[in-house]
Design a protein around this ligand. Sequence first.
Ligand code: SF4
Length: 258
Amino acid sequence: MATIKVNGKTVTADESMTVLAVARREGIDIPTLCFHEGLGPYGACRLCVVEAESPQLRRSLVTSCTLAVSEGLSVETETPLVAASRRIIFELLLGRTPDSSRLREMAKRYGVETSRFRAAESDDCVRCGLCVRACRDKIGVAAISFAGRGQKRRVTAEFGKLSEACVGCGACANVCPTGAVRLEDKGGERTIFLKNNLIGRFPLVRCGNCGTPYATKQFLDHVASRNSEQPRTKQGGLCPECERAHYAEAIVAEFSAS
Ligand code: SF4
């Protein structure tokens, strides 16, 4: 455990925690775009900067999602320097993604409604990398990645075509903070769009109990292969709701029998 100061308040926190986690625990609002609980720190969007100093660290602006708690650390989340830095970052992001309503709403909450910047190519993607990391680190597929540098850096599937690696899990769309990656389930079919490009189209497997279309065969087979199980598609798998009900019934039956 370490004793630190956050906005002048003395708190204790485990040294495995980040400053962002401590601030959230203390009810302090710090904006983030590239942070996701399930994926860990990345420090790409830099919206979560705070002013910090400690016996080892000269007072400076640091991303709170990557800054670990340490004894004697002192953090300020709302100084004029932090506010000015956030403002510039929001303006740069708005210059690149002026049509993202989620970003516009977020920027407005921090007093930014216009941008002095305008990127040569604008779209909804803020280049936070959440979709790329979810696909690679959580799903273990890496069907999408970054390509290009600087202003030309963008998220893309293989050669901008339908991805052969994609299993249609939808994790990328679930973590995307702006809606640049989209999932549509319609007519028993799932489509995944990366901005306006179609990267995956899959028929959906129906639940063996209620008949609801709920996942792609490719995803169920992928999960089964990682868990060394029989593919659930061969056994007539259950959707999450029916699986929960099935387990609840099994537990009740077990208690009743004992
Ligand atoms: S839907 Fe395809 S691209 Fe998106 S995370 Fe799943 S495998 Fe990766």
